[in-house]
Design a protein around this ligand. Structure first.
Ligand SMILES: [Zn+2]
Length: 185
């Protein structure tokens, strides 16, 4: 082994170590936005037209099961996905706000909804970044960015980078995770 080969071996070993360290770091940082603070959080309210302070919603699995249908529980609390083209709100074009079906936190305005052709309600942005949080989802050996409600941490769907202007994002949301509230103006 000449000097050049030794240097190459050293470089590749250092590279592998670096990758390992980064792999662990990525695993440790599962929740991108911190949602573990108990008590109150600041979220945007469409009806108030401003940010408001609300209590965080934390319930046991048994309490959620009382409150939600079994289909809702599966999607919202077990990160399930409803079948494409089956959601009640998929084709809804009324003016209003889409809220979390579990805690009524405002999530999306009708203005940001678009027809993605995927079979799930799609939005190019959340009503406010404080209301919808991103969590890294490493299930099925791929990394997708999971969207959760900031107030109750229920699963909503995933965000992708193939959305329309102005954001280029596609928030792909389960209809069953949403409740629609019509707004007058
Ligand atoms: Zn919620």
């Amino acid at each position: 082994m000449n000097r050049r080969q030794i240097l190459l071996v050293l470089a590749s070993q250092t590279g592998m170590l670096w990758l390992t360290v980064n792999g662990f770091a990525a695993q440790a940082g599962k929740i991108v936005s911190s949602t573990s603070t108990p008590g109150k959080i600041r979220v945007y309210s469409a009806e108030q037209g401003d940010f408001i302070l609300v209590d965080k919603v934390q319930k046991s699995a048994a309490e959620w099961k009382q409150l939600l249908t079994s289909e809702q529980y599966h999607v919202l609390r077990e990160e399930g996905t409803e079948r494409a083209f089956t959601g009640d709100l998929l084709k809804n074009k009324e003016h209003g706000v889409y809220r979390c079906a579990a805690c009524e936190n405002d999530l999306y305005l009708s203005e940001s909804k678009f027809d993605s052709g995927t079979g799930w309600p799609s939005y190019y942005e959340a009503i406010a970044k404080e209301n919808v949080l991103i969590r890294e989802d490493r299930s099925f050996f791929t990394t997708r960015n999971e969207l959760i409600c900031s107030r109750c941490e229920s699963h909503l769907g995933h965000v992708f980078d193939d959305g329309p202007p102005p954001t280029g994002k596609r928030h792909c949301i389960n209809s069953i995770s949403l409740k629609f509230k019509k707004l007058d103006q």
